[in-house]
Design a protein around this ligand. Structure first.
Ligand SMILES: [Zn+2]
Length: 453
């Protein structure tokens, strides 16, 4: 057991002063005592819980920035996807592991201490299974373990190109499973990850267009215990229109009319919603998975955040395509999207708390942890010791009182003030550096050159 001390710590109920924290040898918090005298080792002056990242496609980090070129007057999500499929056709398991390892270290430095990986790149470039079916997924697990980030690995069921069971295209062949193959992959991964600290699996449907209703029923009824269930739900208007043509219902409507959606579910990109759909997601206590910088980058649309938060909806953030890897930028854009849309300021607040930064940070911690199905996101007994130490020499952090500290960080700091990062009770970032920085950077440069030649 280790004893730590910090002057200011963000607890679930708000900032506490002079806090003693005990952490067990397996990385869990075993006691939290505010108003203590200094003792044990010093964590730092200002400590907050690390943020869960609820949506990631690691390999897409390799193409970030390359699609900001106008090639077609109708450039959209769908033309972006063409470039993504060209990248998908090339990536080897070793390249995937290097990209994910590098990215997960970037995440730790940016404040994410755990990640849900929505993993659909399963097979070799011809669409055949690797000799070890789970080879690509294990690269993700290895990368997370080496980086020291918590992982909820979500192997994705992807069977069809569109609603009504349409045959997949050649560009999708590395993704495709039938239900039986998917369940066998999920089973093997679950067994493997149960032996790896800070890692677990969950279930995942790519989208309503990529699976049939029968497949959803089969997969859910095959799983014996509650676990996270993630799906891309309504990212694009075309997807909503296609769903209406297929079923007469919008995607969220269809899902809630046909499946028992509860707190285990995470609806990623619930972007295009009617007021009624917004309210039923909020009422169900499922997590709305918001990927603000990716949704802006792809021109998806704006989630009805003010209405959803006012109704007590649960939400969290994901860096998704990794066009940006920054907790503060994604949180800031949740608020800014609402301001731009509604032409008002300070939209993501609550009746109890008018400080936007507090509502953003605490909201994303709660929803992110729920989506990952892990005991993280709170500095509280029984939770994993995933902690960020902020740089108290940063002028904006140094001069902020309790009520303004998160606002100053999220809205004003130009330089990243995250100085040290701990996951599972162990330091993974010290003074902004990770032990693998030097060896990995050159490897990552080589992979970027190989993939973009
Ligand atoms: Zn996604």
């Amino acid at each position: 057991m280790a004893v730590w001390f910090a002057e200011k710590v963000l607890l679930p109920q708000g900032w506490a002063t002079n806090v003693r924290i005990e952490i067990s040898s397996d990385g869990d918090i075993t006691s939290v005592t505010p108003d203590s005298v200094p003792q044990g080792s010093r964590l730092g002056a200002i400590v907050v819980p690390g943020m869960p990242n609820l949506h990631s496609h690691s390999f897409q980090r390799a193409m970030a920035g390359l699609t900001e070129v106008a090639l077609n007057p109708a450039d959209s999500f769908w033309s972006w996807r063409d470039l993504m499929y060209r990248l998908v056709a090339k990536i080897t398991p070793q390249q995937l592991e290097t990209i994910a390892h590098y990215l997960y270290i970037e995440m730790l430095k940016a404040g994410y201490t755990s990640v849900a990986e929505f993993h659909y790149l399963h097979h070799d470039p011809q669409g055949n299974r690797y000799p070890h079916h789970e080879e690509m997924a294990l690269c993700i697990s290895n990368a997370a373990h080496q980086a020291g980030i918590g992982l909820t690995l979500l192997p994705v069921l992807y069977s069809h190109a569109g609603f009504g069971g349409q045959s997949p295209s050649a560009g999708q062949r590395r993704f495709i499973h039938d239900t039986e193959g998917y369940l066998s992959l999920h089973d093997r991964l679950s067994q493997h990850l149960s032996k790896v600290p800070m890692q677990r699996t969950g279930l995942c449907f790519h989208s309503l267009r990529a699976v049939t209703p029968e497949q959803i029923t089969e997969v859910l009824s095959a799983s014996s215990h509650p676990q996270p269930v993630h799906i891309h739900i309504a990212e694009q208007k075309k997807e909503v229109d296609d769903c209406l043509n297929w079923s007469g219902q919008r995607p969220v409507e269809w899902l809630y009319n046909n499946v028992q959606v509860d707190r285990n579910w995470c609806l990623v990109h619930a972007t295009h919603l009617t007021d009624h759909e917004t309210d039923i997601i909020a009422h169900s206590q499922a997590v709305a998975g918001l990927c603000l910088t990716t949704e802006a980058n792809l021109g998806d649309g704006i989630f009805p955040g003010q209405r959803y938060v006012a109704r007590g909806g649960i939400w969290g953030i994901g860096s998704d395509s990794h066009i940006s890897v920054s907790v503060s930028e994604d949180l800031r854009w949740f608020e800014y999207g609402q301001r731009l849309h509604l032409q008002r300021r300070n939209r993501i607040t609550s009746a109890e708390n008018p400080f936007v930064g507090d509502v953003l940070y605490q909201g994303a911690l709660q929803g992110g942890a729920q989506a990952l199905g892990q005991r993280v996101g709170r500095i509280e007994v029984g939770y994993r010791a995933d902690l960020l130490v902020l740089n108290s020499d940063d002028p904006f952090i140094a001069t902020a009182d309790d009520s303004m500290r998160l606002n100053r960080w999220l809205f004003a700091c130009a330089a990243n003030p995250i100085q040290h990062v701990m996951t599972g009770g162990r330091w993974v970032i010290r003074d902004g550096r990770h032990r693998d920085d030097q060896s990995l950077t050159q490897k990552f440069i080589t992979v970027l050159r190989e993939l973009t030649d």
